[in-house]
Design a protein around this ligand. Structure first.
Ligand SMILES: Nc1ncnc2c1ncn2[C@@H]1O[C@H](COP(=O)(O)OP(=O)(O)OP(=O)(O)O)[C@@H](O)[C@H]1O
Length: 279
């Protein structure tokens, strides 16, 4: 089963020149649905060596942002480029193999009886649910390597539906990495995990973030505690607009987080981890 893009006319303005090391480029991007702006005037750039966290309350537009960056949604206004391709003007099937994505919506489409190794392997064909596709030994070896990297190789022959939430999340990330993407987009990867599961996942994402061969990454979350060490930048969204963006140390602050979440918050940094609580 392939994903179908939500088709909305894109802006017809001429494309802005995007430097070659930029993997995501949003210029004045807006998304309008039923007269409501889901995103407003978002201008944002991600370079290949950066790891971004996108923070914001429920409904801020974070998933909409990832859907644009992955080509699953077209902007109502403005320009979106991903990996140098203009969204709305490019072959999405080709682009999708270059972008790894995990979202709750994609995860729901994984059949419960699918073997864990096949959940990862089938990403090579951008499908969920193994049927008659042929995979070579290199694909099999890559899938095993990724399952090992995410700590779930021992579960390779289990049915996906029998995994714990944490094991599923790690399997989904292994699947997103299967095509050796140039960009990895993770929508709330730690949602629903217990403390141990969250810390395990944060440590694995920190490992990826520190790996110079790993793709550029954008991770969406509600919680500063889930920012993995090695992440470099943050984008803070509220009601579809940008509150702040830039290097982590300058953006993940009490002042900006309070504006973003609409409550007074104290943010503390301990080493390379953050915590937040009501002020
Ligand atoms: N097709 C649509 N039509 C109308 N409104 C929509 C549509 N899709 C999303 N929305 C609304 O747009 C807003 C932004 O949604 P989005 O999923 O991007 O937010 P989010 O920041 O990811 O939220 P959450 O943290 O709850 O997942 C929400 O208020 C949502 O209800």
């Amino acid at each position: 089963m392939r994903d179908d893009p939500v088709s909305v006319p894109a802006d017809t303005g001429s494309p802005a020149p995007v430097p070659p090391d930029v993997v995501i480029d949003f210029h004045g991007v807006g998304v309008l649905r039923s007269g409501t702006p889901l995103l407003r005037d978002v201008t944002w750039r991600v370079s290949a060596d950066e790891r971004w966290v996108v923070l914001g309350p429920n409904g801020a537009g974070k998933t909409t942002l990832l859907n644009l960056a992955s080509g699953r949604l077209h902007p109502t206004t403005g320009l979106v480029h991903a990996l140098g391709e203009r969204i709305g003007r490019t072959d999405l099937a080709e682009l999708r193999t270059r972008i790894g994505l995990t979202t709750a919506a994609l995860a729901e489409r994984i059949p419960a009886d699918e073997r864990v190794r096949d959940v990862v392997l089938t990403a090579a064909w951008s499908v969920v649910g193994r049927w008659r596709e042929q995979y070579d030994e290199m694909d099999e070896a890559r899938a095993r390597g990724l399952l090992a990297q995410l700590g779930v190789l021992a579960l390779a022959d289990r049915a996906y539906g029998t995994l714990s939430e944490g094991e599923r999340k790690r399997t989904q990330i292994a699947r997103a990495l299967m095509t050796d993407p140039e960009l990895l987009l993770l929508d709330e990867p730690a949602a629903g995990l217990d403390l141990g599961g969250r810390e395990d996942l944060v440590a694995r994402l920190a490992g990826l973030a520190h790996d110079p061969d790993a793709p550029a990454m954008v991770l969406v979350t509600h919680h500063v505690e889930e920012i993995p060490p090695g992440f470099t930048h943050a984008l803070l969204l509220r009601e579809g607009g940008i509150v702040a963006q830039g290097p982590l140390a300058e953006t993940v602050t009490g002042e900006y987080l309070s504006k973003t979440f609409g409550v007074p918050l104290l943010v503390e940094r301990s080493g390379d981890r953050f915590t937040a609580r009501a002020a």
